[in-house]
Design a protein around this ligand. Structure first.
Ligand SMILES: [Zn+2]
Length: 447
């Protein structure tokens, strides 16, 4: 039900901001007129308050943020082209077939052949895409002043990632290829199922075994703020006895928090940039949002959406593989879908599918993020803290996109949208003592 509303919300957004205002006004009017308490909305101009927050950013800061985020649109296309070029190189030169032949000479065990191929494939594709990834993940991040790492540290993280990919990727590919060979006509369905189980497994172990490889996670030191955060958690039925924080400043300047894990490993973590760069009001607002993800079971709902996407993805790959193999199979020396030498083709087809699913994936995520925003405003009651945080996030997210742009490219609501929502919430709560005490007039001083 909530998702239906979220999708409707997105549809409304596509009609344009002015209509949103009209629609929202229409929504709230009956409530306002029905209540007997005088509502002091008249003293508070939502649009002006939103503009005041937006004005905290200099034109230069806005231009930078827009350039960084809009550049990201092109990266989606370039990432696809790089993936296709690597696949073409491996197949067209028959290097992939030779890697398979090498694995076959090494062992007669089928699963071990898959493993040997997978190790070669993961190392080789990592090396081939390294220059591009250095540009995208290191050079570009530095150009916009978002990174705290030197090249050595960055490469160190990449090396850790490679080791994890070699372990998990090899296990996953051995299982998936065993399934493809067993179920020659229905492997797309079984393959999707196996991938889903594997992803769930990885998501469950990630906070305990993977995240600590890159960052140090600690219990947030005792403080009045922590007590307030845990109080907010208890009030919302979250069985948390601790809040984690981690040294994200090792990698970047971005403020962030997250909910991760499943089945008992679920936890809320905030990063040290948020702790060091934000006010208590902002921190409470952000954690209210994260608690929303927890209470609304977004991790599990996300898994359901992901299941649908991955079944469709495997179906597309199954269809595409059959066609591509008929034309080029002999030239590339492939022996059917169960032949691990066809992995670059599977990967290329999956990249194409995910490229076209970009707006779908973003809309699924953005809808859940909007839900968490609404939950967080109600739970934390910090509309100004939330607006301040939205301003800070402009460092890496464009503040005021057009409606179609937001629909296609945004996996979170835009900064303008979030500030505007927070100000609407504030306008509707001005008669509450805590909100009135926080001040009606204006946002805290510009930073
Ligand atoms: Zn979120």
């Amino acid at each position: 039900m909530k998702h239906v509303l979220a999708i409707l919300l997105v549809a409304v957004l596509m009609l344009g901001a002015s209509q949103v205002q009209a629609a929202l006004a229409a929504d709230v009017t009956p409530t306002v007129s029905a209540t007997t308490t005088p509502v002091s909305t008249a003293h508070f101009d939502v649009g002006a308050a939103t503009d005041t927050y937006m004005a905290q950013l200099s034109p230069q800061a806005r231009a930078n943020s827009d350039a960084y985020f809009e550049g990201g649109y092109w990266l989606i296309l370039w990432d696809l082209l790089v993936a296709l070029a690597v696949a073409w190189l491996l197949l067209g030169t028959r290097l992939s077939a030779r890697m398979r032949d090498f694995a076959e000479r090494l062992t007669r065990l089928r699963w071990l052949q898959t493993a040997v191929y997978a190790l070669q494939y993961i190392v080789l594709t990592t090396l081939l895409t390294l220059p591009w990834n250095i540009y995208e993940g290191f050079v570009r991040e530095h150009r916009y002043g978002l990174s705290n790492q030197d090249l050595g540290q960055w490469l160190g993280d990449q090396a850790k990632g490679l080791v994890i990919a070699l372990i998990l990727g090899t296990v996953a590919l051995v299982i998936i290829y065993a399934v493809i060979r067993k179920a020659t006509r229905t492997w797309w369905l079984w393959g999707a199922g196996v991938s889903l189980v594997f992803m769930t497994f990885v998501a469950t172990i990630a906070p305990v075994y993977i995240a600590p490889v890159f960052n140090t996670y600690k219990s947030l030191p005792e403080s009045p703020l922590k007590a307030q955060i845990l109080s907010m958690a208890r009030a919302n039925g979250i069985p948390a006895t601790d809040v984690y924080w981690f040294d994200a400043s090792r990698q970047s300047k971005r403020i962030s928090a997250n909910v991760s894990g499943m089945f008992g490993t679920t936890r809320i973590s905030l990063n040290d940039n948020l702790m060091n760069r934000s006010t208590p009001a902002e921190i409470k607002a952000v954690l209210g949002h994260e608690m929303g993800h927890y209470v609304l079971n977004h991790v599990y709902k996300g898994l359901v959406f992901f299941a649908i996407i991955i079944v469709l993805g495997f179906a597309f790959v199954y269809w595409g593989f059959g066609r591509a193999e008929r034309y080029w199979g002999a030239r590339w020396n492939l022996r059917g879908a169960g032949d691990v030498a066809g992995l670059p083709l599977l990967a290329a087809l999956f990249s194409i599918f995910m490229f076209f699913m970009t707006p779908v994936n973003n809309t699924i995520t953005r809808s859940m993020e909007a839900e968490a925003d609404a939950f967080g405003l109600n739970a934390a009651r910090q509309p100004d803290g939330f607006a301040e945080a939205a301003v800070q996030l402009s460092e890496y997210r464009k503040m005021h996109p057009g409606p179609v742009e937001e629909f296609v490219f945004f996996d979170h609501p835009s900064g303008w949208n979030r500030i505007h929502r927070a100000m609407i919430w504030k306008a509707e709560h001005l008669d509450d003592a805590d909100i009135r005490a926080a001040g009606v007039a204006v946002p805290a001083s510009a930073r």
